[in-house]
Design a protein around this ligand. Structure first.
Ligand code: ZN
Ligand code: ZN
Length: 211
């Protein structure tokens, strides 16, 4: 008899325990369904930079790209709403113009301090902005930053899937011969007119940005 009571008590206890566990799981699942829904790309990048193990020079390069090209464009997008289409559009915009001008004409001033736009006396005049594409190499670095930080967001259960898996990675830039690197304004571009030709590129090892 005593044993039956004890057994009943145990069953009741087990049920109570099971109910508790179930409630906890349900609340966790609920949290996962709406994971940190207000977290933005900027927040993710901040958290990722906090924990990522990066060589100092790599970090410096990444931060430069983040400040110049990621924060001003998609920084305020909620991570849960960031999709492949948005990232594709970002890359397309960067290929059109590295200043993300959106096609709006403006005057490119040579300095941020007060100055005479007309120039003269050896100082060049300020002129209308002309779009220059961001190099494939730089876009690949941005791709790598987004891919790595979004992978982290998946592991942290902020998002279920990494939208970057549906994005076509930017093409690998053609290798640039060492002696022409300095003279090219944008070394990530191809070098079809290189005077060294392909023979001169052999052994260059190719450029793998930030790796
Ligand atoms: Zn000016
Ligand atoms: Zn432009």
């Amino acid at each position: 008899m005593a044993e039956t009571v004890a057994a009943r008590a145990t069953v009741r206890e087990a049920r109570r325990e099971a109910a508790k566990v179930r409630t906890k799981l349900l609340s966790q699942i609920d949290e996962r369904r709406n994971p940190r829904s207000r977290v933005t790309v900027n927040d993710l990048i901040d958290r990722w930079l906090d924990v990522a193990k990066l060589e100092p020079t790599t970090r410096q390069g990444y931060v430069g790209k983040i400040e110049k090209h990621i924060r001003p464009t998609i920084g305020r997008v909620e991570v849960g709403k960031l999709d492949a289409e948005t990232i594709d559009s970002l890359y397309a915009a960067l290929r059109r113009c590295k200043e993300h001008c959106g096609g709006r004409p403006y005057v490119e001033h040579r300095t941020a301090v007060a100055h005479d736009c007309a120039g003269g006396d050896g100082v060049r005049a300020c002129g209308p902005h002309r779009c220059m594409p961001l190099s494939d190499g730089s876009i690949r670095v941005i791709h790598s930053i987004l891919k790595t930080s979004l992978n982290r967001a998946v592991r942290w259960k902020w998002i279920a899937v990494n939208p970057i898996s549906f994005v076509e990675p930017p093409p690998i830039p053609a290798p640039v011969p060492a002696d022409s690197r300095r003279s090219l304004a944008d070394p990530g571009r191809g070098v079809p007119g290189s005077r060294l030709g392909h023979a001169g590129l052999a052994g260059d090892g190719g450029r793998c940005p930030q790796r």
